[in-house]
Ligand binder design. Structure first.
Ligand SMILES: [Zn+2]
Length: 375
């Protein structure tokens, strides 16, 4: 019997709550001509019984993801977030800021510089510590949070932004689970981790990004306690049973129903002679396409704005990643959008899809009744 230790509290009691089987590394896009097969690794989520952190069970892969194009949705949300934090009076008029960024981009430093905050020298203390989707990439969660806490000057604020576990459960976003993302935070689990690091949540803001993203502000434990918004998030987590393995059962059930709905739809479209292209060579598309056993006969290409991904193919499949020009050249009947947050901007950027009679289809909701009626 192998033992596993929680990435945050280092205790061993817990359960596997989501198992996607053997999956290719979603952060390694092989060259389009690479015949594969790509190596596969277990992809599993484990829920700690002690601190409640949902986490990646094992990660044998090395992150090699080509840098994606930063979405307008992400940039717009960052601007709103900085505005909200400033309105709450949590940004000092002058001071030092440090940022633990995400490898996927989205720095706040430029916006904060515009508000008089200067970046700290490497390793120095700071008045504002920004962590925008950064912490989830740390394999050792306890060490990573302790490092951030150690850099907080007296009175400093730590701003932690995360895709909420409650969202993943409520919207059944099973394909949010990916190699390289070690933690899936509930506010409840994060509050426990913060307490261990000598910190306390103070206030929070919610954003619609990824279906439900939280920005949590924390300070040293002696400097104040949680406000009504934090208490409301904790209450929602309690009602959603985010610490109960049973609350994840629907997430697991949804894996096959979602993937099979996608496969059935792709087969129907092909049989009817209607071409489908994908858009957004995102990590969450990888497990979905693999579980759906999709190949280029069903989905001839996935278009993506990031030049770094052109000439590559989707991991675990033979589906190439193409420049967005493919949308205009092939005039598909449907474009399967793997990143629903991009809908407004892709409709603006590629109006030709709809003017040629095509439509955008949300890959995340393909299992829903709405699209089944539509098809
Ligand atoms: Zn734990």
């Amino acid at each position: 019997m192998d033992t596993y230790e929680c990435r945050a509290c280092h205790r061993s009691a817990g359960r596997l709550v989501l198992d996607l089987g053997e999956q290719p590394a979603c952060d390694y896009f092989p060259a389009a001509g690479d015949p594969g097969p790509d190596p596969v690794y277990p992809l599993q989520m484990w829920l700690c019984s002690s601190c409640g952190l949902a986490q990646l069970r094992a990660d044998p892969t090395v992150p090699e993801e080509p840098r994606g194009a930063e979405s307008a949705a992400l940039v717009e949300q960052a601007a709103q977030a900085v505005e909200q934090v400033a309105l709450a009076g949590l940004l000092p008029a002058r001071g030092v800021v440090t940022e633990y960024g995400s490898p996927h981009g989205g720095s706040w430093l430029g916006m904060l510089a515009g508000r008089g905050l200067v970046p700290s020298p490497d390793g120095g203390q700071a008045d504002v510590i920004v962590d925008c989707f950064g912490l989830m990439h740390a394999a050792d969660q306890r060490a990573a949070l302790a490092e951030r806490a150690a850099r907080m000057a007296p009175g400093a604020v730590l701003l932690l932004q995360y895709h909420a576990l409650g969202t993943i459960l409520r919207q059944r976003q099973w394909n949010a689970l990916r190699h390289g993302h070690f933690a899936y935070f509930s506010t409840a689990a994060l509050a426990s981790m913060l307490a261990d690091a000598g910190l306390s949540p103070r206030t929070a803001w919610r954003f619609s990004l990824y279906g439900g993203t939280v920005l949590l502000a924390a300070t040293r434990a002696g400097e104040g306690g949680p406000d009504a918004e934090v208490l409301s998030l904790l209450d929602e987590d309690a009602r959603a049973d985010v610490r109960d393995p049973e609350a994840f059962a629907d997430l697991q059930r949804c894996v096959d129903s979602h993937a099979n709905s996608l496969r059935d739809w792709l087969i129907r479209e092909r049989s009817a002679g209607r071409e489908v292209l994908g858009y957004g060579a995102a990590s969450r598309a990888v497990a979905l396409l693999c579980r759906a056993r999709a190949d280029r006969t069903l989905l001839p290409a996935v278009a993506d704005a990031s030049p770094a991904k052109h000439g590559l193919r989707m991991p675990g499949t033979d589906i190439p990643v193409a420049p967005p020009a493919a949308l205009a050249e092939r005039r598909p009947t449907s474009v399967l959008l793997f990143v629903p947050d991009l809908l407004a901007e892709v409709r603006r950027a590629y109006p030709g899809v709809e003017s040629a009679g095509g439509r955008w289809v949300d890959a995340e909701s393909l299992g829903s009744a709405r699209l089944q009626q539509d098809a």
